[in-house]
Design a protein. Structure first.
Length: 100
């Protein structure tokens, strides 16, 4: 899945935490996407967020495919959360609905 396909799928699936801005930062190569629950949209906006999740694109792909659990990735240091941790926990449930 490309980043553009991911953004489209997340927009269609309303993959955001209501009223919160969560940024997923894939690093310099892939950039970031913003899951803006306040505006109800997913974009490549790299602005300020309530929570920032930092994860490599390859690790994200494994998580999306169900090959890597989000909590396992966090414990292994492959996924880092900055800001409000509860938003990251809520987002895990939202992303599960997308079905990889």
């Amino acid at each position: 899945m490309t980043k553009q396909e991911l953004i489209a799928k997340m927009q269609q699936g309303e993959a955001w935490v209501p009223g919160k801005r969560v940024k997923i930062d894939f690093g310099e190569a892939e950039g970031a996407i913003m899951l803006d629950g306040a505006a109800g949209q997913v974009s490549e906006d790299g602005g300020t967020a309530d929570t920032t999740i930092r994860v490599g694109w390859d690790d994200w792909q494994q998580m999306a495919a169900g090959q890597l659990d989000g909590m396992t990735a966090f414990m292994m240091g492959k996924l880092k959360v900055e800001g409000d941790m509860s938003n990251a926990m809520q987002l895990q449930g939202v992303l599960a609905k997308l079905g990889g």
